[in-house]
Design a protein. Sequence first.
Length: 163
Amino acid sequence: MDAEKGPAGMTSVRVRVLIPRREPIMPAIQQTAERFFDACETGKGWEGCQRYCHPDATFSAQAAALDGVDTVQAYTEWMKGLFTPVPDGRYELRAFAIDPDRNSVAAYAVFRGTHTAAGGPVPPTGKQVEADYVYVMQFDGDRIRHMTKIWNDGISMKQLGWA
């Protein structure tokens, strides 16, 4: 506590109160999820994402475009492959939430890009995609054990001219 003489002989007192934090500013799973999300969404593939996941991390999505993709490794490689026909792909993170009771993190974003290069299911269309999606990452310790992607792939395929 510091005391100072103010105007007209009045004394002002400054008090600094320290309030203990209940949790760290950035829990380990938040940092891991943020780094994984960025690596995945910028096409780094498994090589750039594996340090954030258990080696056998599983994946699920109710999206026809991802039929047969059942590991996080396969999904990160799928995302990496998307950058061949859509080289300007980018994301805008809109919300990020940690659920410490369930050891999970959810990230909501919008992915944008234009089909300008070969490598898609049809020749380049010049069409753009703007897709809302959510990742729910479940952790075991400080690494991702399972990830679910919530995404309407049908709309994205139509936007790109792939359906």
